[in-house]
Ligand binder design. Structure first.
Ligand code: SAH
Length: 369
């Protein structure tokens, strides 16, 4: 009688476990159950997250026999790429397909002096923001730690950035601004970001990581105290009436509560300001009066404002504000003492810009075969 694993091999199913995405604790536990000394876990960590190798045979400081035993039991994988596109402006978008067939997108935005990876936290989203393409896709599921870390690993592969460079990186920043609401998947996002920040691995500092939330108030403090990353708030309106429509989560956590949570965000200061994202929608939220009201609301918060020209998508019920309206809005906020840059849309031609991401994954209906 064969063992279960022999049987599975017979029908050609790979039963080896993927170590990529493991946290330090998980890797240590895995190596100890494998019978290896604790320092082996540290060596593996270095090979996986600093060197980016995907083949145990390349781990030249490990004994050959040990490498072979590792390769029998484990793999070093990456999410599969279902599609890869490059925009006219150099922005790249990957549609990643995970083991269960679900898909999510990640985007790399190169700039003169830095490069930002926009990472997804969920397949689909629960929030249904009216102006957001992802909002038209229902939540399928949260992404796991390995699937979130895998987005960064894959981008590093594509950019040829191994071992983790000290300087002149093409991937310097991470924004949790892809598909999904990161604070509704906080545990996995936090564990993944701890892997990403580790100085002996991917080494992207918490100062270069920004988590964007539509305003899940009860988790904002934990985001500050446990992760201490930069915070961005998708505000988009200055009255509850308007915000209730644009960001329905506002009905649960209205503007005043959201701003209170920002006022006490751990670690924010004039040197580390909270970003308030404000999408510019023609005739909806873009008047000078609303700019003045925004300034009034932000009083007492170390804030900067990011004005985002609305990025269109098929069937979107809004239009982008006129350039003059955006400029006037920005001037008012700027004159009041806040930085208020207009975010340059990137990757619009491949639907890679803010709010344009979407995948075809749908949640299996209960009882469906
Ligand atoms: N759920 C989180 C993370 C998504 S971040 C959040 O809401 O913050 C994506 C950012 O792009 C958010 O600020 C979102 O409001 C903004 N956005 C969504 N649709 C957009 C669109 N069509 N044009 C411009 N920005 C958009």
């Amino acid at each position: 009688m064969s063992s279960a694993s022999e049987l599975l091999q017979l029908i050609d199913i790979d039963v080896r476990r993927d170590l990529v995405g493991a946290t330090r604790d998980q890797l240590a536990a895995e190596m100890s159950s494998f019978g290896a000394e604790p320092f082996r876990a540290r060596q593996l960590w270095h090979w996986i997250y600093h060197r980016g190798v995907t083949d145990f045979a390349a781990m030249t400081n490990l004994a050959k026999g040990f490498r072979e035993r590792l390769a029998e039991r484990y793999v070093l994988g990456r999410p599969a790429v279902a599609a890869a596109q490059v925009s006219r402006d150099g922005t790249r978008k990957w549609l990643l397909r995970f083991d269960d067939g679900n898909e999510a997108e990640a985007v790399h935005i190169p700039e003169e002096d830095r490069g930002t990876l926009c990472v997804s936290s969920q397949v689909g989203c629960t929030l249904n923001c009216r102006f957001c393409h992802t909002g038209t896709q229902r939540l399928v599921r949260n992404l796991g730690v390995a699937e979130i870390v895998g987005q960064v690993m894959l981008a590093r592969d594509a950019l040829g950035e191994w071992p983790s460079p000290q300087e002149d990186r093409q991937l310097t920043n991470i924004v949790l601004m892809g598909m999904g609401e990161p604070l509704y998947n906080f545990d996995n996002v936090a564990a993944a970001m701890k892997v990403v920040m580790d100085p002996e691995g991917l080494a992207i500092s918490r100062r270069k990581i920004t988590l964007s939330t539509a305003g899940v108030v009860p988790l904002i403090a934990r985001c500050g105290s446990e992760l201490a990353v930069n915070l961005a708030i998708s505000l988009h309106a200055v009255s509850d009436d308007v915000r209730d429509v644009l960001v329905p989560l506002n009905k649960k956590y209205p503007i005043a509560e959201l701003l209170d949570a920002c006022r006490s965000y751990p670690g924010s200061s004039n040197a580390r300001r909270i970003t308030f994202e404000y999408v510019m929608l023609k005739g909806i939220n873009d008047s000078p009066a609303e700019a003045h009201e925004l300034v009034r609301l932000l009083r007492g918060i170390p804030a900067k404002v990011n004005l985002i020209p609305f990025n269109p998508w098929p069937g979107a019920p809004y239009e982008c504000s006129a350039d003059a309206a955006i400029a006037a809005f920005s001037d008012i906020v700027f004159t009041a003492g806040y930085s208020a840059p207009v975010r340059t849309p990137r990757g619009r031609d491949i639907l890679a810009a803010c709010g344009q991401l979407k995948s075809a994954s749908v949640r299996a209906r209960r009882g469906a075969t």
